[in-house]
Design a protein around this ligand. Structure first.
Ligand code: ARG
Length: 464
């Protein structure tokens, strides 16, 4: 950063004293908003194009501005651009460099515009692109889950409620639950994008501008669906940022829940899955350790992303219309949310492609937990016993199993029959794990053929 003197500030005209040096640094945003340079230049090129079309700029001025902005962009991308703190932000840095490069025509770029509508436009253009990238990463993770679900459609593990073994399920079914969570996340982001894709430019500082601008034309050039209806709302609205942050928070909450399960499942006590070595790290003191750092870190990162949502809501809650400098504080939480969300999704999509399942451990855990007790109750119901009575009978059988350290399927027929004469030797067919999962054979159920059907429908959805 190099210092330029006070007279270089575009707004210096009405000031008699230079800005306090600390205030200058305190109010500047260029250290972080320079990240928006590409969108700032894109917006400026569209604005200048519209101004020339309306006869507000000459074609020669427009051409000079467009060429000058492209040259500034090339300098930024080559790392040759010197960002200046006295020039406050990305907008004034670029405009000032443009004027230095092309002279007076550069000073006309800001005609009919304000940094207030400019920054709101830049952030929307940037976030729109990031949403598209994030949506693509969600799809990549969903594809990895579909592949895993397909490989493990028949794999039996215990399903849990209250983290106690409940009923046997298939691993493919579990992965498809994650898939559905991500499907809603994807849908929410596209919905957010639809409301975001409205153009603030033309609102100028807050009230509109006296020039005969054509906002619809600028909007079309920038790929916006339409110009914002109200100039006050256009410069002050950050709903799209809050909405995106809420969507990001829900998505991170999902990844954090996935993480919790992977961390448990990869522990020695569960031993259901193994994460690839490439996604784990060791301990500097305990030679035996292989830690699930990636899921742990993703679970941890959910915290800061929830925090950014609350930060943005708080940022906006007491702001009167229209633009206030408070809004400059929207960028860092948004940038941090996007970076960490993209990183978490990327690492998850890569990691889930390399998860291996320990079929024996999962089956054993399901076998040990009386997970087919409901199947026994359903069996008794089919023999004419009311469900509540059946529940009681099975409860007693489980108590016996607990005392003897045996699963229901391991209790001899005579033992089972002491609780109900309706039990005959066909009972063992329903007490098997494979029989139990196969019996839940309806849309949304855990039966392997239902899982395969769900995968096929999901693949079709993603292809459409
Ligand atoms: N850096 C400012 C921001 O991020 C740009 C808009 C400044 N507008 C103003 N009137 N000071 O919000």
């Amino acid at each position: 950063m190099h210092d330029t003197n006070q007279s270089a500030k575009p707004w210096a005209g009405r000031f008699n004293a230079p800005t306090d040096a600390f205030v200058e640094a305190f109010t500047a945003s260029v250290d972080f908003d320079r990240r928006l340079y590409r969108y700032d230049i894109q917006g400026s090129i569209a604005h200048a194009t519209m101004l020339a079309r309306q006869g507000i700029l000459t074609e020669a001025e427009r051409d000079a501005i467009v060429a000058g902005l492209e040259q500034v962009r090339a300098r930024i991308e080559a790392g040759e651009f010197e960002w200046s703190i006295p020039l406050e932000d990305v907008h004034m840095n670029i405009e000032s460099a443009l004027t230095q490069a092309i002279g007076d025509a550069g000073k006309k770029l800001h005609t009919g515009r304000s940094r207030n509508d400019q920054v709101a436009t830049d952030v929307r253009l940037w976030l729109r692109e990031e949403i598209d990238t994030i949506a693509g990463e969600i799809r990549r993770l969903q594809h990895a889950l579909l592949d895993l679900a397909e490989r493990e459609a028949d794999t039996v593990l215990p399903g849990f409620t209250h983290l106690q073994v409940a009923q046997p399920i298939t691993f493919g079914h579990h992965m498809m639950a994650w898939f559905e969570m991500l499907e809603r996340d994807h849908d929410r982001l596209l919905d957010c994008r639809r409301r975001l894709n409205v153009m603030p430019l033309g609102a100028a500082a807050l009230a509109g501008t006296t020039y005969p601008i054509d906002r619809a034309h600028t909007a079309a050039l920038l790929g916006f669906d339409r110009p914002a209806e109200n100039s006050l709302d256009a410069v002050s609205d950050r709903d799209f940022a809050i909405e995106f942050s809420a969507d990001a928070a829900i998505l991170m909450m999902h990844l954090s829940r996935f993480s919790e399960e992977l961390i448990l499942w990869s522990s020695a006590q569960f031993g259901f899955v193994e994460l690839s070595d490439s996604f784990c790290t060791g301990s500097s003191i305990m030679p035996q350790k292989k830690n699930p750092d990636v899921p742990e870190l993703v679970r941890g990162k959910s915290g800061r992303i929830f925090g950014h949502l609350i930060g943005l809501l708080t940022l906006m809650k007491a702001q009167p219309l229209a633009y206030n400098k408070d809004n400059q504080e929207d960028k860092e939480p948004l940038f941090d949310t996007v970076d960490n969300l993209k990183g978490s999704l990327k690492v998850y999509a890569d990691m889930m492609a390399h998860v291996s399942c320990n079929h024996e451990r999962m089956r054993e855990a399901a076998r040990q937990g009386f997970s087919t007790a409901t199947d026994l109750a359903d069996y008794l119901v089919r023999k004419g016993i009311p469900f509540r009575d059946a529940h009681e009978i099975v409860g007693k059988a489980v108590a016996l199993g607990v005392r003897e350290g045996r699963d229901l399927a391991e209790l001899p027929l005579e033992s089972l029959q002491q609780f109900s004469e309706a039990i005959t030797d066909d009972v063992y067919a329903v007490l098997t794990l494979d029989g139990s999962v196969a019996a839940r054979d309806h849309l949304g159920g855990t039966a392997p053929n239902q899982v395969r059907a769900a995968i096929a429908r999901a693949r079709q959805r993603l292809a459409d």
